[in-house]
Design a protein around this ligand. Structure first.
Ligand code: PMP
Length: 413
C-alpha cells in the first residue's frame, strides 16, 4: 500500500499536513484511477452498446470488463447479477421500487435495523406508504449490537424482505449478516445487505454470505463518484420489473407495448456511466493488488490504536474532561469509529466545535448525525465525531488527531 499513489493527500490544509479521516463519506483516488478517467476521454470515449464503430466497441468492452471485475470482487456467480447504479442510495431505491411492485402488498412487513443509514430507511418508508405496508426495526442491545433475539421475533409470515447494513457508518460495527440471512431464509425471506461501508474495508463474497441483494458505492472504494452496484441473485432479478424505462433496457418498442431486455441491461436505462465503471474496475484491481485482507488488517489495527489512544488521552486530561465516550468500544469494527468528549462537569463538548477546531489543525473528520438520525437519537446526543480510515491512513496520523484533540480541548474547556 503506497500513500504516495494518492496525490490529494500530499497537501497542507490551514498550514498543517492534511490528515484525511473522512473515508466513510468518500475515499480519495489513486493516480491510476485519475489516469483511467483521463485515458477514457482522451482515447476511447463513445456511447456503448449501440455502435458498430470501433470506439463504441472498445467502450462497450471496457464497461463489460469492469462488470466482470466487480462481479468477481464481490463473489457473484455471474456478471449478469451485477447492475450498475449511481451508488448505494440508487441501488436501494431501485430495489424498493422493483421489489415493492412485484412482492409488497397491504399489511406486508419489511425489516431494517435501528442503526441504518437514511438510504436504507427512507426508500422503505416510501414503499410502505405506497403499499400500506409496515416497516419493522431490529432494536439495539445496550452494547449497541443488534438484538438478534428480538429480530427472530420480528420474522413472521408477513415479513417480505430484510434490509440491513453490513457495517454501520456511525458505529463501525460489523453486523452478523450471515446469521441474519440464515434466520431470514429459514422463513423464506430474502435479505438485502447494504455494503456501502463493508465493501471498502472487508473481503465480501455474496455467495458465501448467501445474501439475495447487495449494494455498494464506488466512490467509497477509491473509484469516482456517480457509480455503484446492485447485486441480485439471478432468480430474484428475473422476477423484478424494471425501475426506469428508456435506452438499452428494451428488447422491442412499439405503440402496442414494449418488451424488456435481458439481465443486466433491463435495469440500466439510459447511457450508463461507462467511464465511471471502467475507472471502478481499475480501482478494484488496485484494491486487489494491495490485498483486501491486508487493507482489512491494516484498518483494524488503526481502529484498535485509535481507541487505545483516545482512552490514553482521557486519562491524561482527566482534570479537564470527565470522559471520552467511544461508541461500541471494543466491538468488531471495520473502518469507522465514533466518539464524543464530555467536560469535567460531565457536559458534552459539542462535536461541531471540536470538528471545526480539528479542521483548523488539518484533521478532516465528520461530525453530526451521519445520515443515521434514528441511531443518533437513540444515543441521545446531537451527533458524534466520526473518524473513518482508508488504506492510506497511518498510526502517525492517529497521533496527529490525538495531538489536535488535545489542543482543541484546551481551547474549549
Ligand atoms: N448506506 C451506508 C451504510 C452508507 O454509509 C452510505 C454513505 N454514507 C450510504 C448507504 C449511501 O451511499 P451513497 O451516498 O454513496 O449512495
Amino acid at each position: 500500500m503506497n500513500r504516495s499513489d494518492f496525490p490529494i493527500l500530499n497537501q497542507q490544509v490551514h498550514g498543517k499536513p492534511l490528515v484525511y479521516f473522512d473515508n466513510a463519506a468518500t475515499s480519495q483516488k489513486p493516480q491510476c484511477v485519475i489516469d483511467a478517467i483521463s485515458e477514457a476521454y482522451s482515447t476511447w470515449n463513445a456511447n456503448i452498446h449501440r455502435g458498430t464503430h470501433h470506439l463504441s466497441q472498445v467502450a462497450t468492452a471496457k464497461h463489460e470488463e469492469a462488470r466482470t471485475i466487480l462481479a468477481n470482487m464481490i463473489g457473484a456467480k455471474s456478471s449478469k447479477e451485477v447492475l450498475f447504479t449511481r451508488g448505494t442510495t440508487e441501488g436501494l431505491n431501485m430495489l424498493a421500487f422493483s421489489f415493492g411492485e412485484a412482492f409488497i402488498r397491504s399489511g406486508d412487513e419489511i425489516t431494517v435495523s435501528a442503526m441504518e443509514h437514511h438510504s436504507n430507511i427512507v426508500p422503505w418508508q416510501m414503499l410502505c406508504q405506497r403499499k400500506n405496508a409496515v416497516l419493522r426495526v431490529i432494536p439495539l442491545r445496550d452494547d449497541l449490537t443488534l438484538d438478534l433475539a428480538a429480530y427472530e421475533h420480528l420474522l413472521s409470515p408477513r415479513t417480505k424482505l430484510v434490509s440491513i447494513a453490513h457495517v454501520s457508518n456511525v458505529l463501525g460495527i460489523i453486523n452478523p449478516v450471515e446469521e441474519i440471512i440464515r434466520l431470514a431464509h429459514a422463513h423464506n425471506v430474502p435479505v438485502c445487505v447494504d455494503g456501502a461501508q463493508s465493501a471498502p474495508h472487508l473481503p465480501v463474497n455474496v455467495q458465501a454470505l448467501d445474501c439475495d441483494f447487495f449494494v455498494c458505492s464506488g466512490h467509497k472504494m477509491y473509484a469516482p463518484t456517480g457509480i455503484g452496484l446492485l447485486y441480485g441473485k439471478e432468480q430474484w432479478l428475473n422476477q423484478l420489473p424494471p425501475y426506469q424505462g428508456g435506452g438499452e433496457m428494451i428488447q422491442h418498442v412499439s405503440w402496442e407495448g414494449t418488451t424488456y431486455n435481458e439481465l443486466p441491461y433491463r435495469f440500466e436505462a439510459g447511457t450508463p456511466d461507462y467511464v465511471g465503471s471502467y475507472a471502478w474496475g481499475v480501482a478494484a484491481q488496485y484494491m486487489q493488488q494491495c490485498g483486501i485482507e491486508t487493507i482489512a488488517a491494516h484498518e483494524k489495527q488503526l481502529i484498535a490504536y485509535a481507541e487505545q489512544q483516545l482512552n490514553a488521552l482521557a486519562a491524561e486530561l482527566s482534570s479537564q474532561i470527565s470522559r471520552i465516550a467511544i461508541y461500541a468500544a471494543g466491538q468488531k469494527k471495520a473502518g469507522v469509529l465514533s466518539f464524543n468528549i464530555y467536560d469535567a462537569a460531565g457536559n458534552l463538548i459539542h462535536p461541531f466545535d471540536l470538528g471545526t477546531l480539528l479542521d483548523q489543525l488539518g484533521v478532516a473528520v465528520r461530525i453530526g448525525h451521519h445520515c443515521a438520525e434514528p441511531l443518533i437519537t437513540h444515543l441521545q446526543v446531537p451527533g458524534t465525531i466520526r473518524i473513518s480510515f482508508g488504506l492510506y491512513n497511518t498510526t502517525d496520523e492517529v497521533d496527529l488527531l490525538i495531538a489536535a484533540l488535545k489542543r482543541a480541548i484546551q481551547i474549549l474547556v
